[in-house]
Design a protein around this ligand. Structure first.
Ligand SMILES: *Cc1c(COP(=O)(O)O)cnc(C)c1O
Length: 491
């Protein structure tokens, strides 16, 4: 299996295909594109039948080995077995089985319409990012040990990504994490989750400023290429290919658990921000998984809903990005979207490059086929199963109440966006699976507003705010940041 850049041209810096291991630790391709498999591995009906009974870790092994063909099978098997255990995904609700890893739960079954929730948020940080990040931690440790190398992950977070990265990398040999967050701006719960980690390879840096200041610091340090190389600086953002592959697994798992024969189809609704999660659904579909619709659910930041309704992709300025009660979907542009557009335009990398150059120069592109449009490929979106919808704060409150009243469970705000939009796209005879991307305890403020009671906390999280916290407070100053990193990498 080889990987190509979505922007590869005969003249570009990434015209040569790469292996899984060579793109594992990196981010963007050198030409600014995203890595994609040169072709999708196909899964046969016999394989699907055989996979129906597999435990999650073995299913992950079967799928990963199709993409990571340069890693020995026995090593992949050991890595997936270590990652997908009931011990890691132990925050399953009382009525769920932790060993299912991503347990399904039927909310509604009426007149051939079936609504199912797939729990992806039972990992250590109570959000779906653990599904991929925990595997990434083990893959990184494995690859670094093999090459006798080390890696210093440097990033900025306003919540979910940073904590998932830290819980995946804590205690891993060869890896350090330097994570910036805006001082005093995260919820007390999220702050406690990150800052209570005492591992010597985890460095929490609270920056006196807002999230954009943190991101600017990451950019400034990363743009110093010699510093970056000398200190082996890397990232773990949502464009990382291995994260996308790890997410492909739970679409297969959800399908196989919800069906009894391959003639049946399911749809997935996915609370979306950077298009990482649902991009994995697209890949599963391209591999041959019988998915009917892929429903993109957005919050008030509706960049993606606008595209899937109109064919116009129009990124927002950061000043136009709303701070919502489903904050992990507050994005101004969707960093994985280029992967889908590459397929939509027939894998034409020159054209993909031109479209995303236009995003930088003109703030977007238009594939609607209208008089001044950049193309008419939007007419093909339906062939890929995509539809979309949007949910607002009021929808979220209403949905959280409705789900609590009707089905007796408390869902988080992002999942509420998913359920709201899923109900607009149900078809008789096709099971609708909504991906549960976080547990309610993480977003208690809105739960309290909706229900008048606190969200239940999983065991071990009851008193998290009172644990001792380890962090340093810094000013948003590039030189001081570099000095801090240099002092702790020992390179
Ligand atoms: C990251 C996140 C999302 C959005 O996922 P994308 O891959 O960026 O589309 C949705 N919900 C929660 C809880 C998240 O943490």
């Amino acid at each position: 299996m080889q990987y190509v850049s979505t922007r590869a041209t005969s003249a570009s810096a990434s015209r040569n295909p790469e292996t899984f291991s060579s793109i594992l630790l990196g981010g963007l391709a050198p030409d600014g594109g995203l890595f994609m498999p040169a072709e999708y591995p196909r899964v046969s009906g016999e394989e699907l039948n055989a996979w129906r009974k597999l435990p999650y870790a073995e299913l992950a092994y079967e799928i990963l080995r199709k993409f990571a063909t340069d890693i020995p099978d026995a090593d992949i098997k050991a890595l997936t077995a270590k990652t997908y255990t009931a011990d890691v995904y132990r925050n399953a609700r009382a009525e769920e089985s932790a060993s299912d890893i991503t347990p399904l739960r039927t909310l509604e079954e009426e007149g051939g319409r079936k609504l199912v929730l797939q729990a992806l948020s039972n990992g250590p940080t109570l959000a779906f990012k653990d599904m991929a990040m925990q595997l990434l931690g083990n893959l990184f440790e494995y690859a670094l040990a093999k090459n006798e190398d080390e890696l210093n992950i440097f990033g900025a977070t306003s919540g979910d990504t940073g904590s998932a990265a830290e819980y995946a990398m804590r205690g891993k040999r060869g890896v350090r994490v330097f994570m910036l967050s805006p001082a005093g701006k995260m919820s007390p719960f999220q702050t406690a989750q990150m800052f209570s980690l005492q591992d010597p390879n985890i460095f929490n840096i609270a920056v006196e400023g807002v999230f954009d200041d943190c991101q600017d610091l990451v950019k400034a340090v990363s743009n110093d290429l010699s510093f970056k190389a000398r200190h082996k600086i890397g990232t773990v953002n949502s464009i990382n290919w291995a994260r996308v592959v790890a997410q492909v697994v739970y679409y297969f798992r959800g399908y196989l658990a919800a069906t009894t024969a391959n003639s049946q189809k399911v749809s997935f609704t996915v609370p979306s921000g950077n298009f990482g999660n649902i991009c994995a659904g697209h890949i599963a579909r391209m591999m041959g998984l019988p998915i009917d619709k892929l429903v993109v659910a957005t919050n008030e930041n509706d960049v993606l809903d606008e595209f899937f309704r109109t064919g116009v992709y129009r990124v927002r300025k950061s000043s136009e990005t709303y701070h919502t009660s489903s904050p992990s979907m507050d994005i101004s542009k969707a960093s994985n979207f280029e992967r889908f557009i590459y397929d939509l335009v027939g894998r034409d990398s020159e054209r993909t490059h031109a479209l995303f150059r236009k995003v930088e120069t003109h703030g977007g592109f238009d594939l609607s086929g209208g008089p001044d449009a950049d193309g008419d490929e939007f007419r093909r979106v339906g062939e890929y199963g995509f539809v979309s919808g949007k949910s607002t704060h009021l929808d979220r409150l209403e949905t959280i109440r409705m789900v609590a009243d009707d089905y007796g469970i408390v869902i988080d705000t992002h999942t509420a966006d998913g359920i709201k939009v899923a109900r607009e796209h149900m078809t008789p005879g096709v099971t609708m699976i909504v991906l549960e991307t976080a547990l309610a305890a993480k977003f208690n403020e809105t739960i309290l507003e909706a229900l008048g009671t606190d969200a239940e906390r999983p065991a071990g999280f009851e008193d998290i705010e009172s644990l001792p916290q380890k962090f340093v407070l810094m000013r948003p100053n590039v030189d001081e940041m570099k000095t801090f990193i240099a002092a702790h990498t020992g390179l």
